[in-house]
Design a protein around this ligand. Structure first.
Ligand code: NAD
Length: 349
């Protein structure tokens, strides 16, 4: 039986996603996704918002991240398993979906392992564009795993980063990251320890994976005037910064009810003041106000960013044709005769 048009949902495979990134170009695509995210942060208030639904285990977490703008609904499935890389598996994998709110019919199914790396990096750079000190051109990149090249190139594409200083407890990760970035028009300095990595850096990115309260940056490592882009602390019991740094920083977050559970601020009192970043985008709150201020983006990753990234991908499909039509929805001729459709599909004896 041939499925009808209504049964078919565009599906973007990993292969098509990689082709899409190469066709558009990584840096233009990072800029494009950042624009979609910023546009959705502008209309933040109209979205349905909930902390993501997390299922924790001893080794990791599996999460569902839903949201809706009233016309389109979206969700992402994502895991986080720091021990995975030792078994040849990735720490983070994901896929996601958009659906039409009016009918409930899905309109896009997509891989999101690649796309999460792009959207996380695009979000970080969009935030740094507002918060990093003027003229910031050097970043310390601590944690040189799967996200690290994307973080670096988004900062280059969106904030004009010129130099990245790499550090990872595993030198093989730093070698991999340095080799991957070699031909991307950015100066790469491999460092032997985190203290060396932060030298001369105005942006400090922590992007490590460890299921514990880690101290990637100690209090005395962070001087006045820097912007911290804290990516890896994104689960209960999983943080990267010394609490003293948080006390000295102006803390910007995505969605406080989620960040208070998952972010660096889980180390602080429940009522510690934080600034919702969407209010900086809309101009309701100031971003950086002084040269000496420490700004901290306590990133955990929020559903609206995935929604924006999926929206971006959906808008590229018609022009590129980079998708498969997936037979995802049963579509009987008579909508109430699902059983009849099954019977008609029985193999003939
Ligand atoms: N905030 C978000 O939106 C968001 C999105 C995606 C991933 N993440 C998180 O970002 C982190 C990195 O993700 P990834 O996919 O790159 O993971 P990954 O496992 O590929 O890389 C993590 C790297 O951190 C290094 N590392 C661990 N402990 C370290 C330490 N003490 N000092 C220096 N380096 C250390 C590891 O050796 C590894 O190379 C994870 O914790 C993930 O959960 C956050």
């Amino acid at each position: 039986m041939t499925p009808s048009d209504k049964a078919l949902v565009p599906f973007v495979s990993v292969d098509h996603m990689m082709q899409l990134i190469h066709q558009i170009g990584l840096e233009p695509m990072l800029r494009g996704i950042a624009e979609y995210i910023e546009a959705d942060f502008h209309r933040w208030e109209l979205f349905d918002k909930t902390p993501r639904v997390a299922s924790h285990s001893a080794e990791g977490v599996i999460e569902l991240m839903p949201t809706s703008d009233g016309e389109v609904y979206g969700f992402k499935y994502v895991n986080g398993h720091p021990k995975n890389t030792k078994e040849g598996l990735q720490t983070v994998t994901a896929f996601g979906l958009l659906a039409d709110v009016a009918t409930g019919y899905p309109v896009l199914l997509s891989e999101m392992t690649m796309l999460t790396a792009l959207r996380t990096a695009a979000t970080s750079a969009m935030v740094a564009k507002h918060l990093a000190p003027k003229g910031a051109d050097t970043m310390a990149m601590i944690g040189n795993g799967a996200q690290s090249e994307f973080q670096t190139l988004a900062m280059k594409a969106i904030c004009g980063l010129k130099t990245v200083r790499l550090y990872d407890i595993d030198p093989a990760a730093t070698r991999k990251c340095a080799a991957n970035l070699a031909s991307h028009g950015i100066t790469v300095v491999s460092c032997a320890n985190p203290e060396e990595a932060i030298q001369g850096a105005q942006i400090l990115t922590t992007c490590t994976a460890d299921k514990q309260y880690a101290t990637i940056l100690t209090d005395n490592m962070v001087g006045a005037g820097v912007h911290i882009n804290a990516i890896g602390g994104d689960c209960p019991g999983k943080t990267e910064l010394a609490a003293g740094i948080l006390q000295r920083s102006d803390i910007f977050v995505e969605y406080p009810p989620q960040t208070r559970i998952e972010g660096e601020i889980q180390q602080l009192a429940d009522d510690h003041p934080v600034i919702e970043f969407w209010q900086v985008v809309t101009g309701q709150h100031k971003g950086r106000v002084s040269d000496r201020q420490i700004t901290l983006f306590d990133s955990v990753g929020f559903a609206i960013e995935d929604f924006s990234a999926l929206r971006y991908v959906r808008d590229q499909l018609e022009a590129t044709g980079l998708y498969h039509a997936l037979d995802l929805l049963a579509d009987p001729d008579d909508p109430r005769d699902l059983f009849g459709m099954l019977q008609r599909a029985a193999p003939e004896d």
